[in-house]
Write a protein that binds this ligand. Structure first.
Ligand SMILES: Cc1cc2nc3c(=O)[nH]c(=O)nc-3n(C[C@H](O)[C@H](O)[C@H](O)COP(=O)(O)O)c2cc1C
Length: 204
């Protein structure tokens, strides 16, 4: 990466802001949506199991349902789309598909290894689902920005109501809700805690 590219990548990362007021009536086409989701899905994941699923909500009536579920946070009704990133609690079931092009003995080894990890570690499935889906969620927000769209990550919603209203199967855990659209009003600038607070060198 040359100096100029590095500068623009840094600018790109520092200029993302959570946007909470969106232009109403904007359409996010299938083509644009798919481009963003393809980029998001380049995120890394444990064993490459791609624990994320995207529940895409674009119909206004469904966005109005989300408005209630998200305690009246208006951005879910006004954004062009709301993408609910789900984590797969049974991602081990995908191993053989992920490794379908591998040699059969490698594939069998991977299936055994992943199933073993999932069977022997209580809590692993949930940790993996949330950890890996979160990586895709962050990448989704950056991909959206690269395509000229704004986003805001949201955890402020009634999870049980979301699951029941949108009939989300037990296999998936809602990780984050992401309205996506174009800003009516820019997001406010936010600060970060100083690095001295955030970083521990070598050991506690
Ligand atoms: C997991 C998570 C949950 C959040 N939930 C909400 C939310 O429910 N509503 C909201 O307006 N912002 C929400 N935010 C956005 C944060 O307030 C925002 O990211 C933070 O203030 C930093 O601002 P920035 O995103 O503009 O850099 C959430 C962010 C994260 C990462």
């Amino acid at each position: 990466m040359n100096t100029e590219n590095r500068f623009s990548a840094e600018q790109f990362l520092t200029s993302r802001r959570s946007v909470r007021q969106y232009q109403k009536g904007l359409v996010l086409s299938d083509a644009e949506l798919n481009e963003i989701l393809e980029l998001a899905s380049r995120a890394p994941s444990s064993w490459n199991l791609q624990h994320w699923r995207y529940l895409v909500v674009r119909e206004q009536a469904n966005k109005e349902k989300l408005l209630k579920i998200a305690f009246g946070q208006q951005q879910v009704a006004d954004a062009a789309a709301v993408i609910i990133v789900l984590g797969d609690l049974e991602a081990n079931k995908v191993t053989s598909k992920v490794y379908e092009k591998a040699a059969p003995e490698i594939r069998d080894l991977m299936v055994k290894q992943v199933d073993g990890a999932y069977a022997n570690n209580p809590g692993l499935a949930r940790d993996e689902a949330i950890r890996n889906a979160s990586l895709a969620a962050m990448q989704l927000m950056l991909a959206a920005k690269a395509k000229g769209y704004d986003t805001v990550p949201m955890g402020g919603y009634n999870k049980d109501a979301l699951i029941s209203e949108f009939q989300i199967p037990d296999r998936y855990v809602p990780v984050v809700m992401i309205p996506i659209g174009k800003a009516e009003k820019e997001g406010r600038a936010t600060d970060r805690l100083p690095l001295e607070y955030q970083v521990i060198h070598e050991r506690f």
